[in-house]
Design a protein around this ligand. Structure first.
Ligand SMILES: Cc1cc2nc3c(=O)[nH]c(=O)nc-3n(C[C@H](O)[C@H](O)[C@H](O)COP(=O)(O)OP(=O)(O)OC[C@H]3O[C@@H](n4cnc5c(N)ncnc54)[C@H](O)[C@@H]3O)c2cc1C
Length: 381
């Protein structure tokens, strides 16, 4: 472990490693990453892997669209096949009100330049005849959405940053951030102290706790979300399918298994990652109804992970007001994996140039919550 760092990144998930990758690309030397467990032990290694650009907030659409550009070049840039597959995303509407919202969302998305369309039940049936569309009144379809393997993506970044000279320390927990007169001077870990003037909080489910280490109250909290995987069958399902009304998402992996999840009615807060039988009892019948071919499919494993939730379900990317060079990239809720390439690029630019150059992300600052009406991202499961 180094004793001096130009930048310390706390968290070796997809966000922390993407930021480190982009810093190294910009030529920053002596970058140090601390990960308290193994790579992909956090939400990244537990997530669904969906990569969707169909959001209701224009900022989320823009970040996702930039990420898709970067996911397309991931193998070339980062050096590993992450099973990236642009099979599209199908969003299902179950009543006229939901369909009217979808029409409005498509306008927002098209305005950002996204190739997305409204689809009728007949068109959905023609594309995906194996689905039971009872109750579906329409949907939206974006062919350039898709999915990838999040564990491999996290590991790919980790291996690449090591090759680029980043000092990646796994099983090393940050215990404190040393601040003197409003300036960061170092970071205390369970393996020793490192001097630095720049810290990036990419601690995922622990972003609030890491903020507190420097005396910054970041309005994020963790929420448990459950997910499962089935046995594998031959490839049948190209897109990721979502229903907000029925509360599910599902995709088929390259290996042939299906990964699917929903939100609990009252998701447990905190980082307790247990799971329940109720989750299985609720998921199984609705999936078998909408995808009758799943009737005899066995569930292989269930687990859970944390959404790190912000008040508007959009990321908080900012630098603290009262502490110089304490930067955070947190609060990704259920969509941090898909935004990671663009966020890594933007945060690295913030570190090096004082602000993001490729994209204007200034409306992701924490000040958006101060006394203002919060406009929430609605396309979430
Ligand atoms: C069930 C589920 C399904 C999801 N599905 C999707 C999806 O389909 N698409 C999508 O885009 N997103 C999805 N997400 C969200 C996505 O997983 C997260 O937004 C994303 O992984 C966040 O990445 P991260 O790097 O911020 O966090 P993490 O991957 O959690 O990484 C943060 C790391 O920081 C480390 N850390 C914390 N505190 C310290 C400390 N003090 N010292 C050192 N290290 C520390 C942790 O150990 C952790 O490894 C899903 C999440 C869940 C739980």
């Amino acid at each position: 472990m180094k004793s001096n760092a130009s930048v310390v990144i706390i968290g070796g998930g997809i966000i922390g490693t993407s930021i480190a990758f982009n810093l190294a690309k910009l030529g920053v030397k002596d970058v140090v990453v601390f990960e308290k467990s193994y790579i992909s032990s956090g939400s990244t290694g537990r997530c669904g892997g969906g990569i969707r650009q169909q959001w209701t907030s224009p900022m989320n659409v823009r970040l996702a669209m930039r990420s898709v550009e970067l996911f397309k070049r991931f193998k070339e840039d980062v050096g590993m096949d992450i099973e990236y597959y642009q099979g599209g995303y199908l969003l299902l509407a179950y009543d006229e009100k939901e369909m009217a919202d979808f029409e409005n969302n498509v306008k927002i998305q098209k305005n950002e330049g996204l190739d997305v369309e409204l689809v009728t039940p007949k068109e959905i049936h023609e594309k995906f005849p194996f689905m039971d569309l009872e109750g579906v009144v329409g949907g939206t379809w974006c062919p350039s959405d898709g999915h990838a393997n999040p564990q491999i993506a996290n590991i790919a970044y980790a291996l690449k940053i090591k090759e680029m000279g980043v000092d990646l320390n796994t099983h090393t927990e940050v215990k404190g951030i040393d601040v003197q007169n409003g300036k960061i001077v170092g970071v205390e870990t369970d393996k020793g102290y490192v001097k630095t003037n720049v810290v990036v909080n990419a601690a995922g489910g622990f972003s609030h706790e890491v903020g507190k280490m420097a005396g910054v109250d970041i309005p994020t909290y963790s929420e448990r979300h459950q997910i499962l995987v089935t046995e594998a069958i031959n490839h049948v399902l190209d897109p990721m399918v979502i229903s907000f009304k029925k509360n599910y998402y599902v995709r088929q992996t390259m290996h042939g298994s299906f990964i699917m999840g929903q939100s609990d009615k009252e998701p447990a807060r905190g980082n307790d990652l247990g799971h329940t039988v109720e989750f299985l009892e609720e998921m199984a019948p609705k999936m078998v109804h909408d995808f009758p071919f799943m009737n005899h499919l066995h569930i292989v494993r269930q687990w859970s992970g944390a959404y790190n939730v912000s008040p508007d379900a959009q990321p908080i990317i900012d630098e603290a007001d009262n502490i110089s060079r304490f930067i955070f990239a947190v609060g990704f809720s259920g969509h941090g994996f898909m935004l990671a390439p663009a966020v890594g690029e933007a945060v690295a630019e913030m570190v090096v140039y004082g602000k993001s150059k490729t994209m204007d992300i200034s409306n992701l600052k924490m000040e958006r919550f101060k006394g203002k009406k919060i406009s929430k991202e609605r396309n979430v499961v």
